[in-house]
Design a protein around this ligand. Structure first.
Ligand code: UDP
Length: 493
């Protein structure tokens, strides 16, 4: 039965943000709340299959399509998602084009029926706070990050400890329940903006996001309480309780079609890859994918590929070269890598059906860049992780996986990669590092066994959290009731 509530969901057009927000929309709609997702035409196409299946199944999900003014902001036509950008040097143009959606959204807001009683927006779109203010409804942020990251970020903003230290000086992250050491070079852009002119260009935007998010009504998190209890508790204290962990979202995809088409309907050689996995022993394969945005330099890609080859384990390697594709392909061809590993290694070029692959019984470990979605998807799959963080919150997530949860081994990355700097050619990780971490993770000895047991336990906890009576289901109900109460008190409109 319809609840009369209507939430407007505004995602950041980037796979690591759009995918979880689409899944969150479906979860909320399952609670009889109407949800409208603001989306642009190309993204509607890309995510359409999953959304339309949800609508056909009777869920109250609607799409509000707004034209994306790509060419007005110097972006190629049809470039509507961050991973479509020909170069990340255009990041600022992309965010400016997104901000231009404010006016068209405000123009149609009053036509939305029933009137939305809350905006759930990606926190990287601070202009959406103005829309919520204009229509006098609460602005709730979706933060595609963990409570660990939230707390670490808050404490760094307050203590500013990193400002007094050299780039490579290790220091203990202040005020966390565990003793976690990092360097400034491993911190996200807010604290470590990068040295290129293009990276610096993003600084004011980052500061605005931070300043605006502090005024949010509340925060929704794609995590579950059992996984990071102490961090959730501390973060809730900071936010007067208005933090709701309602994940893991990826577990809500119950059919293989939704898993296969998650993030793109163009998954290439999905069948081939799944058939090959069927032929492999249980828990024997390494799945290596560094998310939707990372483009390893050819130098680093070669070390990754050779490290996997040297490990002797079967593997799936996802290749995303972007502007470096030609060079990477040339190396793959010239050196005969692909024919050498034939039968033992599968390359996926482009978009991989990650959640489908991770849930296959043959996968034993996930070599990941520790994007938050990938991290939590690895947890849901119950696999151990080999961690190679690249940028943003990923070094925080690595620490959570390796030190707090005890389900991973790092390759030894030392500093964030500057996405905006195309010449960032430094070599940080060598093939021996990759090979060593893979072998450690796949080790059958006591340490490996302990990690495997912990991963198995977390997978069970993740499943329970979103079941009826689970913590995330409970939190989602609390969140909806909170907004209902707020709306009924006449605080809206
Ligand atoms: N993903 C996928 N196939 C790919 C690359 C990424 O399905 O080839 C999905 C992945 O499952 C995750 C999201 O895209 O849900 C990436 O988000 P994450 O936070 O891990 O990293 P980001 O791409 O934002 O760096």
């Amino acid at each position: 039965m319809a609840s009369g509530l209507h939430f407007l969901i505004i995602p950041l057009m980037c796979p690591g943000h759009l995918i979880p927000m689409v899944e969150m929309a479906k979860l909320i709609a399952q609670h009889s709340v109407t949800v409208t997702i603001v989306i642009t035409p190309r993204n509607a196409e890309r995510y359409g299959a999953v959304l339309h299946r949800a609508i056909t199944s009777g869920l109250p999900v609607k799409l509000l399509q707004l034209r994306f003014p790509a060419s007005d902001y110097g972006l190629p036509d049809g470039c509507e998602c961050v991973d479509d950008l020909p170069t990340f040097q255009l990041s600022k143009n992309f965010f400016d084009a997104l901000a231009a959606l404010q006016k068209p959204l405000e123009d149609v807001f009053n036509e939305l029926k029933p009137k939305p009683c809350c905006i759930i927006s990606d926190k990287h779109l601070p202009w959406t706070a103005d829309v919520a203010k204009k229509f006098r409804i609460p602005w709730v942020i979706f933060d595609g990050m963990s409570c660990f990251t939230q707390l670490a970020t808050h404490n760094l903003c307050v203590s500013k400890i990193h400002e007094k230290l050299g780039d490579s000086d290790p220091f203990v992250l202040p005020g966390l329940p565990d003793n976690i050491s990092m360097t400034k070079l491993q911190l996200p852009g807010l604290f470590n903006p990068g040295s290129s002119a293009k990276a610096k260009e993003m600084k004011p935007a980052r500061e605005k996001v931070r300043a605006t998010e502090l005024g949010a009504y509340g925060t929704l998190i794609n995590s579950f309480e059992e996984m990071e209890t102490r961090y959730v508790d501390e973060f809730k204290k900071l936010k007067q309780g208005k933090v709701w962990c309602i994940g893991p979202f990826s577990n809500s995809n119950k059919n293989d079609l939704d898993r296969a088409q998650r993030g793109s309907k163009d998954s290439i050689n999905t069948h081939e890859c799944m058939n090959w996995l069927d032929s492999q022993q249980s828990r024997s394969v390494i799945y290596a994918c560094l998310g939707s945005l990372t483009r390893l330099t050819p130098l680093q890609f070669i070390e990754l590929a050779l490290g996997l080859e040297d490990s002797q384990f079967p593997f799936v390697l996802v290749v995303k070269g972007g502007s470096r594709t030609t060079e990477i392909e040339k190396w793959l061809g010239d050196t005969g890598f692909e024919s050498r590993v034939k039968g033992r290694g599968v390359l996926i070029r482009g978009w991989a059906p990650q959640v489908l692959i991770l849930s296959h019984r043959a996968v034993g470990a996930f070599l990941t860049h520790c994007g938050w979605n990938s991290t939590i998807e690895g947890v849901c799959a119950g696999v151990q992780m080999i961690t190679w963080p690249q940028f943003a919150d990923q070094f925080f997530n690595e620490r959570l996986v390796v030190q707090v949860l005890g389900i991973g081994v790092g390759v030894g990355a030392q500093r964030v990669m500057d996405l905006q700097d195309e010449d960032d050619g430094a070599m940080q990780v060598k093939r021996e590092d990759v090979c060593k971490a893979v072998k450690m993770v796949m080790d059958e000895g006591k340490e490996g066994e302990e990690r495997r047991e912990k991963a198995k336990y977390l997978k069970q906890m993740a499943e329970k959290a979103i079941e009826e009576g689970g913590s995330s289901q409970f939190n989602l109900n609390l969140f909806i009731e909170d907004i209902r109460l707020h709306t009924n008190k006449g605080l809206v409109g």
